[in-house]
Design a protein around this ligand. Sequence first.
Ligand SMILES: [Zn+2]
Length: 159
Amino acid sequence: MRKIESFKIDHTRLQRGLYVSRKDPVGATTVTTFDLRLKEPDREAALDPAAAHTIEHLGATFLRNHPQFGPRILYFGPMGCLTGFYLLISDNLEAAALLPLIQELFCYMADFTGAIPGASAVECGNHSLMDLAAARLEAGRYLKEVLSGSRGPCLSYPE
Ligand SMILES: [Zn+2]
């Protein structure tokens, strides 16, 4: 079988950042897949599964309720390697154009208080796998150190 596109990225040189992973034509529209990379691959500890799961619940809820982007959100969830998240949007977009939304999203999660949406046995398949404190910490780190850092986030994959 042929190697899929996401395995062709040189992960030894991939930094934390916000990337366009791929663009796929679907009917008359384009679906853009974003790579929200929170962790340096293989060079630092990956996300704790409970933190990643909490970010998934908070993030999906925020994005699908967003007045501007909500109707175009197709999917938000963690990568299996737990170094980041994929966000699929039904639109042809560049990373720079999405940065304000992602800053808004991680600001929301870093400050989130209250009940985690969907964290019940009726609504989720592993509802006790949640850690709001760790999710807030990880969201705040990505917001401060990557999205709002002095150099701005890295927006293109290594050549
Ligand atoms: Zn869940």
